[in-house]
Write a protein that binds this ligand. Sequence first.
Ligand code: NZQ
Ligand code: ZN
Length: 388
Amino acid sequence: MKNFEFYNPVRILFGKGTIAKISKHLPEGVPVLFVYGGGSIKKNGVYDQVVAALQSTEYYEYPGVMPNPVYEQLMPALDLIKEKKIGFILAVGGGSVIDGAKFLAAAACYEGDDPWDLLSKHAEVKAALPIGTVLTLPATGTEMNGNSVISRVSVNHKLAFGSSLVMPKFSVLDPDTTCTLPKNQIANGVIDAFIHVLEQYLTYPSKAEVQDRFAESLLLILTHTGSKVFSDPEPDYDTRANFMWAATNALNTSISMGVTSDWSTHTIGHELTALYGFDHAVSLAIVLPGVMTHLSEKRKDKLLQFGERIWGITSFDHKAAIAETIKYTEQFFRCLGVKTKLSEYGIGSEAIGKVVAQLSSHGATVLGGAGDVTIDDVEAILSTRLVP
Ligand code: NZQ
Ligand code: ZN
């Protein structure tokens, strides 16, 4: 196991009725910006619960944060933050709303000319407004980490930044808020969280047993509860609660400590979303089997461990076992209604050059932290996603 330093100060308020606790954790006498998305929270009662919790707080609303949050839509909020002397941002919704709030938190304190530099030039986050979140879509883990992914539509770029300064002060996780999720968003959440675990696990052995076994337990819980939440019209509370907490743990960075992480699937997937508008999880379900196939020899040990411990695959023929492991993984995504080939979305080989050009324009050469995926591998990875 490698040396590591683990820091995660996010307070989690988990369970039924916990939105009401928000007021206890807001700083006193500070105007709050209440940020949310396209209106799902108005249909499922979450908005009313938040408004009730804010009754003694001066607050202003900033609605309309879009899926794959958009720089151009977020920027006008900076004027409101300045004008109303906002001192705290409360994000209520899925990963997009929370990531949008993190960007605003950092952008409001950014002293350079254009806050987009935080993403495009990796400008350092030196200060940020404090934020809190109410999560309504288990998927991204953003409620318990310091990452944010923002799109700039005018240039087709989707980029990430990270800082411990934008980690939420608190996050409310009430599984009842997830009852209104449409099936495709449940599938997205299960797949995104599942692939977050794999990005941190499916690389090279690090003799990190806690991280490995914890990652494997999350994968098993996500397959079990994810399938149930997806297919059962009225999944019970505990199934939804376990799904929600598993998705948070999948990316609160604890399983990445002391091991080699990857993230090349995400890096390539973000370009597919920027170019073709795929939902985030759909882009990952397309790319991951390509990464697994392309690296099947290099990452043989972890692929075999994953296949055996998650899908129960054992064989003396390691090539056959790995092929079966990739097949089962793809089948899991397909059972959740998500297709896994570019060709199934009507996209042909022209996509490969476009993705490579986008990656080059951001200066990307080595993709991911394992050092075994470079920009030269992208063609081979995506080519596997074109065959019928
Ligand atoms: O906008 P509203 O009306 O709220 O509707 C949303 C949106 O249309 C809807 N929704 C959310 N909760 C709901 C609900 N509908 C009914 N009932 C509910 N309870 O779901 C739609 C999708 O929401 P979105 O927030 O976009 O989804 P998700 O949570 O999957 O977030 C995706 C974004 O997070 C980024 C992705 O790249 C993408 O931009 N990620 C962020 C990460 C991070 N910060 O750590 C890591 C991830 O890998 C990911 O990259
Ligand atoms: Zn993701």
